[in-house]
Design a protein around this ligand. Structure first.
Ligand code: TRH
Length: 354
């Protein structure tokens, strides 16, 4: 049995590049470490997003504004650098000066690609700068037993079991009826007008809950109001907890980026992923790798590809009853993956004398 570390202090560094994913992943990790008894300092260069994402804060988590004037704080026993964001030089110097430097992990992006298993846990010796001589290690979330897995809060199942879907939907002005309920969190997919048209023309009515920000702006550009069988609801920015409630309430969720994508999988209903687009089209291989893991039927695979602009084929018709068992199986498999916080703690314990 690998050694398990006692509760220690973690420093998590997060730079907000764009969108909400960097902050979303780091906040979720910090809050879950706090819930498990660890003390966490979350260093963020832009904390504004937390006002709506986590207005309630979290026990044992202190947010440290990360600006040019770096606070003079002694490093904790573990340093997490999220997505290669380069902690401040003065902090690295303090790490190197310690008799027992902190365990240092670079938390990477989630992918189902095969390089993840190869790269997970690899050392990256630091050759230059104030941290020269220290070694950081890569930590990759992923979809196999040989990766860092996915984050699942310890209280996830209990929260889910206590959740009242109908009451939550009523708050949004939706009374349970024969309509299917969908949520939309996306960038600006070229196929969005097709989706709206498909829903408007369908035999079955649809309540579409549109998240605030880019998704709402994109829908506004194409359909200020719903028509035909489509009813639109524009949501405010939700806290992460409320966003889970949205996902748990819907028959199908459109998700994007990384964190909402994982939450969509864990919600257990079909989740259509818009992957974060990259200039060199690296996201194409990333999407295909995930489809390899999901093993969807042909029309669902085609839907993913068309939604992400990998093909110009028309969007297939949404077929929630047929896609639901695929989502249920993905949920079971996601539950069986390593749990990310446990894996982080385990990997720190293996590499340090803490
Ligand atoms: O916002 P994103 O597109 O973030 C992206 C990706 O993470 C991408 O990989 C990264 O490189 C880029 O940012 C910089 O999607 P993501 O990852 O799903 O993050 C959204 C977060 O916002 C997630 O934690 C859920 C949360 N959220 C809320 O808390 N309330 C809301 O109302 C909504 C819509 C989302």
């Amino acid at each position: 049995m690998p050694p398990i570390i006692e509760a220690v202090r973690w420093d998590i560094f997060c730079k907000v590049i764009d969108n909400h994913g960097d902050a979303g992943v780091c906040w979720r990790l910090a809050a879950e470490l706090g819930a498990r008894g660890h003390d966490v300092r979350l260093w963020m260069d832009d904390t504004a997003v937390l006002q709506w994402m986590a207005p309630q804060g979290a026990p044992r988590v202190e947010v440290v504004p990360w600006s040019h004037a770096v606070p003079d704080l002694a490093p904790g026993q573990v340093v997490i650098e999220a997505f290669g964001c380069d902690p401040p030089l003065s902090f690295l110097a303090r790490m190197a000066a310690l008799a027992t430097p902190p365990a240092w992990l670079n938390l990477e992006y989630l992918s189902a690609e095969s390089y993840v298993e190869r790269s997970h846990g690899l050392p990256s010796p630091v050759m230059h700068g104030p941290a020269a001589g220290l070694v950081k290690h890569f930590f990759y979330p992923g979809f196999t037993a040989r990766t860092g897995g996915l984050l699942r809060e310890r209280d996830f199942a209990a929260r889910r079991a206590a959740f009242d879907r109908n009451a939550w939907l009523r708050q949004c002005g939706i009374t349970p009826s024969g309509a299917r309920v969908l949520s939309l969190f996306c960038y600006e997919p070229a196929a969005l007008p097709q989706l709206l048209e498909q829903l408007a023309r369908a035999d079955q009515p649809t309540e579409l809950l549109v998240t605030a920000g880019r998704a709402a702006a994109a829908v506004h550009r194409h359909a200020a109001q719903g028509h035909g069988a489509l009813r639109l609801h524009f949501l405010p920015l939700l806290s992460q907890r409320e966003y889970d409630h949205l996902l748990w309430s819907c028959d199908l969720n459109f998700v994007r980026g990384e964190d909402s994508f994982v939450r969509g999988l864990l919600a257990g209903a079909p989740a259509i992923w818009q992957i974060y687009p990259q200039d060199d089209d690296a996201h194409h291989a990333k999407l295909e790798a995930f489809l390899g893991w999901l093993q969807p039927p042909g029309d669902l695979r085609d839907f993913f590809r068309a939604w992400n602009g990998l093909t110009r084929q028309p969007l297939p018709a949404l077929d929630i009853p047929r896609w639901a068992p695929v989502a249920a199986s993905a949920f079971d498999r996601a539950q069986a993956l390593p749990e990310l916080v446990e894996e982080l703690v385990r990997s720190v314990a293996q590499r340090s004398t803490i």
